[in-house]
Write a protein of this length. Structure first.
Length: 323
């Protein structure tokens, strides 16, 4: 016999069941992937191939929209403010997801509270390179030179507070060396001056400096990653050289508004992870130095928190401020 209390409890649950039943199937319209960098660059390539690969799993088009500015923050702010709409997602970078939360005084969103990680999409390896005019043959010779003449040499970066800047500060901290920072407006001018000998070293994305390494204009002395770089066979990693904390992989991961329905985010996750298994996508990523990642949302969340802590320590110790 059904008790009065059980009957009332059942009636009370009806509106919830009915409301759930009234939720439209997801996705109910084309989805938007925000790439917070200009069209044509590596981030755009990562986003467009991922978007293309997710169509089969979602059954709807995934439209890429470029919203660049403030090292990726402007685009991810748009995603964070998309409220409950899981039809909007963003390709979050290391800068917008792990560096700017510490470095930017008036961060417009909370990278952990306002954005829900879906999956890590790709890691972009970086390499420590020196100009041939410096006359060092390998990593050991570079360290010896820097310690013998502290503060004499300089390094270039793609800009103050970016990952290429913080990577060198992490390198200096862990190796006990010193060098002067020379910031540039992007990796291209930094590379040009490195080749010309106006600065002596840099840590930059592998794909950016690969042509100059192959031509002999630059010398690759170490990959700042746990894994060897497929495009640089024979170049040792910092872990192999005894400095496992010097890991400066740039990375991109997919994120949705935190307030969106978890069931909808799971659909996105399934489609994204499946897309990342495509050989077409893997080859396209490899051509610009990207190594496919994937994995669970929980793994990505844990990784992001570790990255926030790591770069916060570097920023504070080096007293880095945005210009």
């Amino acid at each position: 016999m059904i008790t009065r209390r059980a009957a009332l409890a059942g009636l009370g649950a009806l509106p919830i069941v009915e409301a759930a039943a009234q939720q439209p199937a997801f996705p109910s319209k084309p989805l938007t992937m925000i790439v917070p960098f200009p069209a044509g660059g590596p981030a755009d390539i990562f986003g467009r191939f991922l978007a293309e690969g997710m169509v089969d799993g979602l059954g709807k088009p995934v439209v890429v929209e470029n919203k660049s500015g403030v090292a990726g923050v402007a685009g991810m702010d748009f995603v964070a403010k998309a409220a409950t709409d899981a039809h909007v997602m963003g390709l979050m970078s290391a800068s917008a997801g792990a560096i700017m939360p510490t470095l930017m005084p008036n961060m417009p969103y909370d990278a952990v509270r306002d954005l829900a990680p879906i999956t890590l999409v790709t890691r972009v390896q970086e390499v420590l390179v020196v100009g041939t005019k410096l006359g060092v043959a390998d990593f050991k010779a570079l360290i010896a030179r820097l310690k013998a003449e502290p503060g004499k040499y300089s390094y270039g970066s793609a800009g103050t507070g970016g990952i290429t800047h913080l990577a060198m500060e992490l390198f200096k901290r862990e190796t006990g060396t010193d060098a002067l920072h020379v910031p540039y407006r992007g990796a291209a001018p930094a590379t040009n001056d490195l080749v010309a000998g106006l600065v002596q070293m840099a840590i930059l994305d592998v794909a950016v400096v690969l042509p100059h390494i192959r031509s002999g204009a630059l010398k690759a002395v170490a990959v700042t990653s746990d894994a060897a770089a497929p495009l640089l066979p024979g170049v040792p990693t910092m872990r192999e050289l005894g400095y496992p904390k010097v890991n400066s992989d740039n990375w991109y991961g997919l994120a949705s508004p935190r307030a969106s329905l978890s069931a909808n985010r799971e659909r996105i996750h399934e489609a994204a992870v499946h897309a990342l298994t495509s050989k077409k996508l893997t080859d396209a990523y490899a051509a610009v130095g990207g190594i496919v990642a994937g994995g669970s949302s929980e793994d990505f969340a844990r990784f992001q928190r570790q990255e926030i802590d790591k770069w916060a320590g570097v920023i504070k110790l080096a007293n880095i401020k945005l210009e």
